[in-house]
Design a protein around this ligand. Sequence first.
Ligand code: SF4
Length: 298
Amino acid sequence: MLASEKPKGILRQKEKLVKKIENLADYCGLSNRRFLPRAFLIKTVSRFSCEKRIMYIISNNADGGENAKFDPYYRQKSAFTTIKILDHIKTALSAIGQEATILTEVSADYARYDAVVVPGRLGEVNPLDSRNVRIEIKASLGLDLEQLSRYLWSPSPLILVRVITRHVTKIRPSEIQPYVSFSLEELSSKVDRLLSQKGYTVPGTDCADCPNIECPHWVERSRKRRTNVVTLPDIEFREDLTLFYRNLSYVAERTALLVIEELKVFSSARKQTEEAVPHLKLNQFEQQKTELEIHGRK
Ligand code: SF4
């Protein structure tokens, strides 16, 4: 299917993909073995170009080959950034009396979000609700576009924060629906090829990270790439830290503004709907809003 063709319902495409992924799990004999989360299967299919590698990882429950040891500097920077941004969101929400729940490390079918802000009290909220605001925080320069692509399969807005470059932006999946539809369709075709044993072997630079050591194209990864220790010269390390601290308060403030803006959009849309149709219950409204977003109308 071409991206320019009329987009199909994203929800239907996701359901179709999940069904195929389950068939793939059965085909690889995973149903009778240790449970492998759907998110892992979808991520594996999506992340690699070499389909021989994908089948190897799934069939052998193998490490994808990407788990190089990270310098704790990156992990701690990320954890610290998340705390600072969420603290500021709480301060901003409480200043305007907006009730909301903040959840962290939220798992969905095919993703894990750094944070999700949902209107309502803890215990009443659904982390997968279409009215939530998802937040993805990048404390360092890395930006995983494959991960981001999967995040776009859900209709709710996604705020992407990149501290070092001072970027804070809100992405509405409904505004790029042709791409979302295209990416789901491509993954679906990829799973079809895997299921029919017609997958493509794609040798290349990825062979150095591949866990399939039996493949004739496999090459040993160089020692240098096994660890990810920060080896910046002093001056660059100082610049990295300076930029980080210089930008942190700005991105925290901007993220809080976008979250509040989004929660207000939802509250005002709900108010208008309830005034127009007083008997409409909240969950009916949410269902209606999800449908509208999924079909790209506003
Ligand atoms: S070694 Fe290369 S060609 Fe072989 S399975 Fe791995 S990625 Fe594919």
